[in-house]
Design a protein around this ligand. Structure first.
Ligand SMILES: C[S@@+](CC[C@H](N)C(=O)[O-])C[C@H]1O[C@@H](n2cnc3c(N)ncnc32)[C@H](O)[C@@H]1O
Length: 226
């Protein structure tokens, strides 16, 4: 069986998508993720959704090329707006900014359902996404770091349980579970943040701007990288 050319970043969804579920992949682009999950039998079917016609046409062509028209439907949808009729159980949102992912989850009320599972991979602003999850009652069930082409990606699996939470600035930035696991990628990620934050802190100090956020993060990072 030929599988689509799926990246390590997309493969990070694999441990988190539940066996036999119906999947919604939001911002599917080429549809490689739902194709991979259907071809390997992990999910029973999927809706591959995108807000733009162009990527959706590519997704449709790929789905036909793999002969999976009976298992994967395409849907033109802004986030989850047109997804409810498909009744997905697991929902993947990969390769978008953390702010956009948060706004997609916030835009429809039915995301606040404990039976649903969301697997999320923010390209930027993971701290904004985690802050949203904390405030809106979503619990992080697990998270991992993946390195590809020199970049470190974060993947989170979350569900709604209605409990609000608070996390430290560093836990928002890199994830509490990642901090607890302390694998080599965490140390690499922290070292990168330490360098960038020190530069921002110095620039802010030179401009007379408050750098309390950067200072708090640097203090937390220093404790771990000692
Ligand atoms: C960088 S691609 C990521 C593709 C794939 N998910 C991945 O991670 O490789 C982002 C895709 O999200 C789509 N997109 C952006 N905003 C969206 C929204 N509000 N709703 C649905 N799709 C969106 C874009 O059209 C694009 O195809």
């Amino acid at each position: 069986m030929t599988l689509p050319p799926i990246s390590k970043r997309l493969l990070s969804a694999l441990p988190y998508v539940r066996e036999g579920t119906f999947l919604a992949d939001i911002g599917t682009d080429h549809a490689y993720l739902p194709l991979y999950l259907c071809l390997t039998g992990r999910v029973r079917g999927a809706v591959a959704a995108d807000v733009r016609e162009g990527p959706l046409a590519v997704a449709g062509a790929n789905i036909r090329a793999y002969g999976l028209e009976d298992k994967i439907t395409t849907c033109l949808s802004d986030g989850l707006q047109r997804i409810a009729p498909y009744a997905p159980e697991d929902i993947t949102v990969f390769g978008m900014g953390g702010e956009l992912i948060a706004s997609i989850l916030a835009a429809v009320p039915w995301t606040k359902d404990p039976s649903l599972r969301f697997v999320l991979q923010p390209m930027t602003k993971p701290e904004t996404l985690r802050q949203f999850l904390d405030l809106e009652g979503f619990s992080v069930l697990g998270e991992t770091l993946t390195k590809e082409d020199g970049r470190i990606y974060q993947t989170l699996v979350v569900t709604y349980d209605g409990q609000t939470r608070t996390h430290s600035p560093l836990a928002l930035l890199v994830g509490e579970a990642n901090l607890k696991r302390r694998d080599s990628l965490l140390f690499e990620l922290l070292a990168r943040h330490q360098k960038t934050l020190a530069e921002i802190q110095a620039a802010k100090a030179a401009a007379g701007v408050d750098a309390a956020y950067e200072c708090a993060l640097l203090a937390e990072i220093k404790e771990i990288l000692l």
